[in-house]
Ligand binder design. Structure first.
Ligand code: AMP
Ligand code: MG
Length: 347
């Protein structure tokens, strides 16, 4: 949720809409139908369906379905809601079978796959560590080593059995957190709902994480802007015909204890907040992949680039305000082209 990519796209759309109503634009054949539902995953949300003029009602139906999909994912996977399926799993006692929806089951299986592929860096079972560090932030004092060890040992994938009809835990204390992946899953669901309505272009933006397809109202590829964590000028900008861009980082969401900032991303290997990676942006075909891997690289840093699935692109910012640098994998370097890799402190 740390990312703020692509807000520019929406502003641009509004400008285009005004321009088109004046009748001076060369292409009035398409219209962007935009909706910004509130109360989605605790952040901002923008849904856009670009349709041929006259098909606005189809677009609205797609946006209805997309909004509903996002609310459903929130209702299943939010640890902030006592009534969610994930909260029921977290409350369950050892050996109790908790039946879960197909959606939650698929996100759990995917999360376990990324845990393996990221060598344990992406770990949706790290809820006890997340709770420990949030409490430490509220109380303003660091957790004791023994508390960190206890939190780390109280929950891991070996304590969860993922069955066809539900989930069973081996320990009462094992708990899950899908904060690093559920948003991506929700974006994909919303995206599919809009696309099914038969649109020329789709944009789903939840808290700056986006998935796009087709064209904007001008008939051009969507323009993505990657924010610089240390300055006003964007780090990078590129056109994207189809795919997702998600950003993770510790520059917007962190806990502060004794004046020291600690990332909201936990390194499950140590039980402590991940070392500082101010911002990680991942481009992938779908948002669930981009979301999960942005979080994984928030733990692994540049060393994790080798672990990315084929075709997935990443841009990392390392360092701090005074001395920072951009690191990209080859795929991302190709995308950025002549934009290159200027040191982010010079942006
Ligand atoms: P994101 O903003 O997508 O990187 O997600 C960060 C959120 O994911 C945190 O607020 C936690 O809810 C959760 N989280 C923190 N550390 C991890 C981790 N190592 N693996 C998986 N999820 C995590
Ligand atoms: Mg994520």
């Amino acid at each position: 949720m740390a990312g703020r990519v692509a807000v520019v796209v929406v502003v641009l759309l509004t400008a285009i809409a005004i321009w088109q109503t004046r009748g001076t634009g060369p292409d009035l054949s398409r219209v962007a139908v935009v909706r910004s539902p509130e109360g989605i995953m605790g952040t901002t949300c923008t849904l856009v369906a670009v349709v041929p003029r006259g098909r606005e009602a189809h677009a609205q139906r797609g946006l209805d379905a997309a909004e509903q999909a996002l609310r459903e994912v929130d209702a299943l996977m939010s640890t902030y809601l006592e009534s969610s399926e994930i909260s029921a799993v977290n409350r369950a006692a050892a050996d109790e079978l908790v039946s879960v929806s197909e959606e939650l089951a698929s996100v759990l299986v995917y999360s376990r796959d990324v845990w393996r592929a990221s060598d344990g860096a992406f770990d949706a079972t790290c809820r006890p560590m997340i709770e420990l560090w949030r409490r430490a932030g509220r109380e303003g004092s660091l957790p004791a080593d023994a508390e960190m060890d206890a939190a780390r040992e109280s929950s891991s994938w070996k304590d969860f059995e993922l069955l066809d009809n539900g989930v069973r835990k081996a320990k009462d204390t094992a708990r899950l957190d899908l904060g690093g992946v559920a948003k991506g899953f929700g974006i994909d669901r919303a995206f599919e709902a809009i696309r099914a309505a038969g649109c020329d272009g789709v944009l789903v933006d939840v808290g700056g994480d986006v998935r796009v397809d087709g064209v904007d109202a001008r008939g051009e590829a969507w323009k993505i802007t990657v924010r610089n964590p240390f300055g006003p000028k964007p780090l990078a900008a590129f056109g994207l015909a189809a795919g997702s861009v998600c950003t993770s980082g510790d520059y917007e969401r962190f806990v502060e204890i004794d004046g020291v900032r600690h990332s909201h991303i936990i390194d499950p290997r140590t039980g402590r907040p991940a070392g500082s990676v101010p911002s990680v942006t991942v481009v992938a075909t779908d948002a669930m992949t981009a979301d999960a891997w942005a979080t994984a690289l928030g733990v692994l840093g540049a060393e994790g680039l080798d672990r990315l699935p084929t075709g997935v692109e990443a841009l990392l910012v390392e360092g701090d305000e005074r001395s920072c640098r951009m690191i990209t994998n080859r795929e991302m370097e190709r995308r950025l082209g002549e934009f290159g890799k200027p040191p982010c402190s010079e942006q």
